[in-house]
Design a protein around this ligand. Structure first.
Ligand SMILES: Nc1ncnc2c1ncn2[C@@H]1O[C@H](COP(=O)(O)OP(=O)(O)OP(=O)(O)O)[C@@H](O)[C@H]1O
Ligand SMILES: O=P(O)(O)O[C@@H]1[C@H](O)[C@H](O)[C@@H](OP(=O)(O)O)[C@H](OP(=O)(O)O)[C@H]1O
Length: 301
């Protein structure tokens, strides 16, 4: 999990992703996520504000068969008094790529967060305000009176408003090949809406879809036999989709800030529905749905 001082700010406006200084050799755009999390490093690398849990995941992933499906990890470095996790900048493999961030899984908060919310409830005004901005009717009478909602309640509301609960993934943000950026997917929920957003992202190009399907099926195969995946609750992690005009495309797993090792001998299959205590996250169920939906966009052969 990210530390508290780092949890205060997020990308400010829907449809205004963060543009950090980049050079000709260091393309960079942060589509979604916490503002100021990243610094552009040298030699095709990125610095992400450090958290111990994510570092542990990267260390384990570099030894796992998922290694080729995550940005390479280059250790923890200090920059202006702050620790950062150094990783590959995936954008450097492409020429002005189209980018999509899909948050995977049916649950976007950890079981631990649920337990803490019960023991020490801390209603959040910022989340209440984000909720009301989308749907003034969403808060309960009590939430409206205190002008605050618990984080887990906000996250559950976000899950059910979007496709997280019903499809096991949601689109968080897109930068299209023509440079247009969209981050307003909070209400993109139905299979039809998701299909349309995916079609728009690939500019209705079946060749691009085939490229992504190939990568996603390879990823699924690797996940199904990964020791790391079997032994970790993977929550709030995204798939980053990248493609460019040269016909290159790829999908990588990013963001392990809320991914945690399970107490042995517990393992997950990532498809069994979540019940509190079983730690299941619905990641593979979501990936199955994503693959099915993308397949359905292809013309009949
Ligand atoms: N290795 C990478 N290469 C290129 N772009 C990246 C990489 N990692 C992250 N990004 C960009 O930064 C965005 C946010 O990344 P990430 O999800 O790791 O941040 P976060 O602040 O932890 O997000 P969250 O709010 O979900 O916790 C991604 O959507 C993507 O645009
Ligand atoms: O997308 P939204 O609606 O802006 O909501 C944010 C989103 O769910 C992030 O995933 C979450 O960070 P974590 O995944 O790190 O929990 C953040 O919590 P935060 O405000 O506590 O950082 C939320 O505010």
């Amino acid at each position: 999990m990210q530390n508290d001082t780092w949890k205060t700010q997020r990308s400010p406006q829907p449809s205004s992703p963060l543009l950090l200084p980049s050079t000709e050799h260091q393309p960079w755009l942060q589509l979604v996520g916490h503002a100021e999390s990243f610094q552009v490093g040298e030699n095709g690398r990125l610095l992400k504000r450090h958290c111990v849990g994510e570092e542990k995941c990267f260390q384990r992933l570099m030894e796992d068969r998922l290694r080729g499906f995550v940005p390479s990890f280059h250790g923890v470095v200090q920059h202006e008094g702050q620790d950062y996790t150094m990783m590959d900048n995936l954008l450097t493999r492409f020429n002005t790529p189209a980018i999509m961030d899909c948050k995977m899984g049916t649950r976007t908060y950890q079981e631990e967060e649920l337990r803490l919310a019960r023991e020490r409830p801390k209603p959040r005004q910022d989340m209440y305000e984000k909720m009301v901005a989308v749907d003034p009717e969403a808060p309960t009478v009590q939430e409206a009176a205190q002008r605050g909602v618990l984080k887990t309640r906000y996250m559950q509301w976000r899950e059910s408003l979007s496709s997280t609960t019903t499809l096991g993934f949601r689109i968080e943000g897109v930068r299209k090949a023509n440079g247009e950026c969209h981050t307003n997917f909070k209400r993109t929920k139905s299979r039809e809406q998701v299909t349309e957003a995916l079609r728009d992202f690939v500019d209705y190009n079946p060749q691009t879809v085939r490229g992504y399907l190939c990568s996603l099926k390879q990823l699924r195969h690797a996940l199904e036999s990964s020791d790391f995946f079997k032994t970790h609750e993977v929550v709030g992690s995204s798939l980053l989709f990248l493609h460019d005009e040269a016909g290159r495309s790829g999908v990588w797993m990013i963001d392990f800030g809320k991914t945690s090792a399970l107490p042995p001998p517990l393992t997950l299959d990532h498809r069994t529905p979540w019940e509190e205590g079983n730690r299941e996250d619905g990641y593979l169920w979501g990936l199955d749905n994503l693959i099915d939906i993308l397949t359905d966009t292809l013309p009949p052969t």
